[in-house]
Design a protein around this ligand. Structure first.
Ligand SMILES: NC(=O)c1ccc[n+]([C@@H]2O[C@H](COP(=O)([O-])OP(=O)(O)OC[C@H]3O[C@@H](n4cnc5c(N)ncnc54)[C@H](OP(=O)(O)O)[C@@H]3O)[C@@H](O)[C@H]2O)c1
Length: 315
């Protein structure tokens, strides 16, 4: 079977597609074997490849690809939740990817069954980006109906799902994006948009209950004047300044760390079924085009998600 590997960190050309032995289920207890149909690119893919987290890359030998839509092809006898032929939606942990391959082993807790009639390529954009938005807004910030939410980076993979999630939970949403993406964010449901090229959201006259900093380019000191006293500031990237802010304001400032979280995945899938959330696909690449896919996603100018099509899946 084909799999994407990288033996050293560097530019996208370090990525290679190799043929490896088929995965054996022998000795596996709570894992299922899945033929991957679609995955997506997340920022962590090119950050690992580029060497941003060299320590983890060396220590955990991290494979790339975390989002999975696939078909169950083998199930050990102790697993009753899944059967051969089921279509699943899954998320691998950030320290142990591997979805950018033709087959993958998934723990039963890392996936849910989905309806095969759904748009499977769209679903592949949900797991990592969607669960990150869900943990941030629903769990960390305890989002309630009627609250005001600002999403810095509304056109990104995480941000475009966060806008729709916040709207689905009854929030009033302000999205920060470049001017060319304002309309896109409004079409996703944002009530207000701020063009970061012409306006500084930190100087807004409005106050927010939740500020979700997807692009991580601000600090608590900067947003304090626009955050309600009981509000939350959630960041997607850890830094010394964020750690300092978390220590100073432990109940207000949070870092989100995504992990395979069935409850979040189940709720996101429900919202997709109810047509309250959809994935905007920027571009689709095949597994053979993985180098181009990394180059494209790493530009950080994409809107929504970049999808990877595997095993000749139909689109
Ligand atoms: N901690 C975790 O567990 C976790 C999980 C998932 C993701 N993340 C992090 O979350 C971040 C976002 O990931 P992603 O996959 O959603 O990224 P992405 O889709 O690659 O982000 C690209 C988008 O960011 C927008 N953007 C770039 N600079 C901006 C700025 N200054 N202000 C507002 N928008 C800006 C771009 O729009 P324009 O062209 O309009 O600027 C583009 O639409 C990454 O840093 C990633 O590492 C963390």
């Amino acid at each position: 079977m084909k799999k994407v590997i990288y033996n050293k960190c560097g530019d996208p050309n370090v990525l290679k597609i190799v043929n490896i032995d088929n995965i054996d289920l022998k000795g596996q207890k709570d894992k299922i074997l899945v033929k991957v149909l679609f995955s997506s690119i997340n920022a962590v893919d090119w950050k690992y490849r580029r060497g941003d987290f060299r320590f983890f890359t060396k220590m955990f030998n991290t494979d790339l690809g975390y989002d999975i839509v696939g078909e169950v092809i083998n199930v050990p006898s102790n697993v009753v939740q899944y059967k051969k032929g089921d279509i699943i939606l899954g998320l691998l942990p950030t320290l142990k990817g591997g979805a950018h391959s033709e087959c993958v082993l998934l723990s039963v807790n890392q996936c849910i069954t989905v309806n095969s009639a759904m748009d499977l390529k769209e679903l592949a954009g949900i797991p990592m980006a969607g669960v990150t938005a869900w943990i941030s807004l629903i769990e960390k910030a305890k989002l309630r109906k009627g609250q005001s939410v600002l999403i810095n980076g509304g056109s990104s993979g995480v941000g475009h799902l966060a806008i729709q999630l916040a709207k689905a939970y009854g929030a009033e949403v302000t999205s920060v994006s470049s001017g060319k993406n304002e309309l896109f964010c409004r079409q996703l449901g944002a009530d207000h948009t701020i063009n970061y090229e012409t306006e500084n959201f930190r100087e807004s006259s409005k106050k927010y209950d939740i500020i979700f900093d997807v692009v991580s380019n601000t600090s608590v000191n900067e947003i304090k004047p626009i955050l309600n006293p009981r509000g939350y500031f959630i960041d997607t990237n850890i830094s010394f300044s964020l750690i300092k802010d978390m220590l100073l304001y432990p109940s207000k400032v949070k870092f989100v760390y995504v992990y395979p979280y069935k409850k979040a995945l189940t709720d996101l899938y429900r919202l997709v079924e109810e047509k309250k959330i959809h994935v905007h696909i920027d571009k689709i690449f095949t597994l053979n085009q993985i180098v181009d896919a990394h180059k494209y996603a790493e530009s950080s100018r994409t809107t929504g998600k970049v999808i990877i099509k595997i095993n000749g899946a139909k689109i």
